[in-house]
Design a protein around this ligand. Structure first.
Ligand SMILES: *[C@@H]1O[C@H](CO)[C@@H](O)[C@H](O)[C@H]1NC(C)=O
Ligand SMILES: *[C@@H]1O[C@H](CO)[C@@H](O)[C@H](O)[C@H]1NC(C)=O
Ligand SMILES: *[C@@H]1O[C@H](CO)[C@@H](O)[C@H](O)[C@H]1NC(C)=O
Ligand SMILES: *[C@@H]1O[C@H](CO)[C@@H](O)[C@H](O)[C@H]1NC(C)=O
Ligand SMILES: *[C@@H]1O[C@H](CO)[C@@H](O)[C@H](O)[C@H]1NC(C)=O
Ligand SMILES: *[C@@H]1O[C@H](CO)[C@@H](O)[C@H](O)[C@H]1NC(C)=O
Length: 428
């Protein structure tokens, strides 16, 4: 035995001694214990610290303990080493294998063909046994490949099944749901309606998502995003020049519940820079609708919208008349195609309002009222029917006389403070 082995042995002795003290017994016992520790250490030493790994072999010819090389994976032991010759290892025959360094004089027989519903993941060769695995979507239970469990509605997958293990399902916790039977789908979060500026109309449970709906502040189907009245209310906040962080400044200075960053990003993605201001104020209004001041604004906007509909809603213009009206507005024109789409999507009472909103967006948020006044000045050129001219005049007059909103703007500015004013407010 080499000096190194002896050293390892020596250093391990105190541990062996204390072990035998803890299990008091006969001297024989102690000796046996020490012998086992010695053996254990020599095995460790032979396997860990040398390469190729070695084993002790008693050589009958010389009556000596020899350290022989073990046989590598893929072979079996044909002859122990002698004082003169190294160990002789020979390759495993077909369908046999060994997968570690060893001292066995035979190889192991590869597992027979795979079971039903299994596939061969790894074919047998000299160094590896055949590995069978259940097909996709199944796991091994004792002898059979069974289908992974599907979690029913109300339950979600917390651990997907593997070839060895079944799916683990768990009941969806509060705020989550699963509406399908699936071996893959986890529980999903209920949709947060307010994040989308929508109202929660039916609260979800473990099997159903929240149901959101349009907030009825705008005519959803026809898709008028910002109404004439909202524009009248909020126009003051649209700056004449946009700085890149304009929206953030506005968000930071609006009182009440802040519009969250996610919604701000969504508004930025979905709307042109001018339109963003209206959308933000709209969402802010919706999220703070329980605050007294906002309640009043909402009431007044509702009143305003009812009046506008009364003035303009019964106009019932033909396609040609709508076209002339759009022609008469300054700037970029709303084309025939948009007019046609509008007449299809919107009730006749909403068509003018929708087209005016399209015109505003097309023209980088020009003041719609100013546009309408321009149109009226030239109404003779465009041969509007008298009833239409009158409706438009009334509407303009109404929105102008709707002076309350100027008051709100003042209130607003006071609340918002100086920061926003310094970004230059266009109106007032
Ligand atoms: C035996 O199969 C294993 C796993 O498939 C592979 O890594 C190894 O290289 C193969 N050995 C021979 C000798 O083909
Ligand atoms: C499950 O809920 C989602 C989200 O609300 C919905 O889109 C989907 O259609 C629902 N699936 C079934 C099967 O009800
Ligand atoms: C929904 O989103 C709003 C705004 O981001 C947040 O304040 C609220 O806590 C969310 N609700 C739920 C149930 O997560
Ligand atoms: C979950 O909500 C749906 C519809 O909102 C309802 O039909 C169902 O009974 C509810 N389930 C439970 C367990 O309350
Ligand atoms: C929205 O309006 C529709 C009809 O226009 C109505 O049936 C629905 O109840 C309203 N929703 C809310 C949340 O007010
Ligand atoms: C609008 O006018 C058309 C014809 O010009 C008519 O057929 C239609 O019924 C009218 N609609 C309403 C709501 O008055």
């Amino acid at each position: 035995m080499s000096a190194r082995a002896a050293e390892t042995h020596r250093s391990a002795r105190p541990a062996a001694a204390s072990k035998s003290l803890r299990f008091p017994g006969t001297t024989m016992n102690k000796l046996l214990c020490c012998a086992l520790v010695f053996l254990d250490i020599s095995i460790k030493w032979t396997t860990q610290e040398t390469f190729p790994p070695k084993y002790l072999h008693y050589d009958a010819e010389t009556s000596h303990q020899l350290l022989c090389d073990k046989c590598p994976p893929g072979t079996y032991l044909k002859q122990h080493c002698t004082a003169k010759w190294k160990t002789v290892c020979a390759p495993c025959p077909d369908h046999y294998y060994t997968d570690s360094w060893h001292t066995s004089d035979e190889c192991l027989y590869c597992s027979p063909v795979c079971k039903e519903l299994q596939y061969i993941k790894q074919e047998c060769n000299r160094t590896h046994n055949r590995v069978c695995e259940c097909k996709e979507g199944r796991y091994l239970e004792v002898e059979f490949c069974l289908k992974h469990r599907s979690c029913p509605p109300g339950f979600g997958v917390v651990q997907a099944g593997t070839p060895e293990r079944n799916t683990v399902c768990r009941r969806c916790p509060d705020g989550f749901f699963s509406n399908e039977t699936s071996s893959k789908a986890p529980c999903r979060k209920h949709t947060n309606c307010s994040v989308f500026g929508l109202l929660l109309t039916q609260k979800g449970n473990a099997t159903h998502d929240n149901v959101c709906s349009g907030n009825n502040e705008s005519t959803q189907k026809c898709g008028i995003d910002v109404t004439l009245c909202e524009e009248a209310f909020f126009r003051f906040a649209v700056p004449t020049k946009f700085t890149p962080n304009w929206l953030s400044v506005l968000v930071d200075n609006l009182p009440g519940t802040k519009v969250n960053a996610e919604s701000v990003e969504r508004i930025k993605r979905q709307h042109s820079s001018q339109e963003q201001t209206f959308q933000l104020l709209k969402l802010w209004k919706h999220q703070n609708k329980d605050q007294d001041m906002v309640k009043k604004i909402i009431q007044d906007i509702d009143l305003c919208e009812n009046s506008v509909l009364r003035h303009i809603g019964h106009a019932n213009l033909t396609f040609e008349q709508l076209r002339s009206l759009m022609e008469s507005l300054p700037g970029k024109k709303v084309g025939a195609e948009d007019i046609e789409k509008t007449t299809k999507a919107c009730k006749s009472s909403e068509q003018i309002l929708k087209l005016l909103s399209l015109w505003r967006i097309k023209n980088g948020d020009q003041d719609t009222l100013k546009g309408l006044m321009h149109a009226l000045k030239h109404s003779k050129t465009y041969h509007f029917p008298k009833t239409v001219t009158q409706s438009l005049k009334k509407t303009i007059r109404f929105l102008h006389s709707f002076t309350m909103y100027k008051l709100y703007q003042k209130l607003f500015l006071e609340m918002i403070g100086n920061q926003v004013q310094s970004v230059k407010i266009s109106c007032l």
